[in-house]
Write a new protein. Structure first.
Length: 246
């Protein structure tokens, strides 16, 4: 899931990666809201809340929403710098290493959540998760050439509406030269991604209510497995290419 990039990726690979990471993002987003009342991945809602507090002159609350947005942007920026550095060095597993970094940081965030004083357990987890959601979304965006998003639903809901309308017009004979298979494939991708986010959110709440912040260690373990599988495949691919005659 984390080796091929852009047009080299199949629709099936995109769907598996999108559904897995969207479920994780949904779980963390809803668990964060249940825990501290803030969303870690919903930048549209956070910017709207920032606007609301700024308009009312509630600068301290507005500053926190701004910090959440900046943390998300920072995560995406760090991910991009890491990927760019890896691609310059022709590292086939750079996307897997990026997910590995997310898993390790998730574990550290889980430790911080357990060890921090009670009064600091609100701001630190939400800002940390926002950073990690930005990192994850940048990885998926770069590897899929922006075909896939995993941390927010608005764009995918828009795509679903577009694809449904295109298929409707094709069925009526108004778009004779359109690629039906392509629209159907994209529709499946976006519907399954949204459903994965939804199911992940439900599971995230249930698990959080059962084990609390230890949910972070569970999601980190899933990310770790995904990353290690990708790194192993990249190592095998590198060895196979090194054996080819020059």
């Amino acid at each position: 899931m984390l080796i091929q990039q852009g047009n080299a990726r199949s629709n099936d690979i995109d769907r598996r990666l999108a559904c897995t990471l969207a479920a994780i993002a949904g779980a963390l987003n809803t668990a964060a809201f249940e825990a501290v009342g803030f969303f870690s991945a919903n930048m549209t809602g956070n910017v709207s809340s920032l606007s609301d507090h700024a308009a009312l002159g509630e600068w301290q609350s507005g500053a926190f929403y701004l910090t959440i947005v900046l943390a998300f942007i920072g995560g995406a920026a760090v991910s991009t710098l890491l990927i760019n550095a890896g691609r310059r060095r022709q590292m086939h597993g750079i996307y897997a290493f990026s997910i590995l970094a997310e898993a390790v940081l998730m574990m550290l965030l889980g430790c911080a959540e357990l060890w921090l004083p009670q009064q600091q357990r609100g701001p630190v987890p939400i800002l940390g998760l926002s950073f990690l959601m930005g990192l994850q979304n940048a990885v998926v965006t770069r590897i899929s050439d922006a075909r896939v998003r995993t941390t927010h639903v608005s764009g995918m809901a828009t795509d679903i509406g577009i694809e449904l309308s295109m298929l409707f017009d094709i069925a009526r004979g108004h778009e004779l030269h359109a690629d039906v298979a392509s629209y159907r494939s994209k529709l499946r991708l976006h519907v399954q991604t949204v459903l994965s986010f939804l199911v992940g959110g439900v599971v995230g709440i249930v698990v959080y209510l059962a084990i609390g912040s230890r949910l972070l260690f569970g999601t980190a373990a899933v990310l770790l497995v995904i990353a290690l599988v990708g790194i192993r495949k990249a190592h095998v691919l590198r060895n196979e290419r090194s054996m080819l005659p020059s």
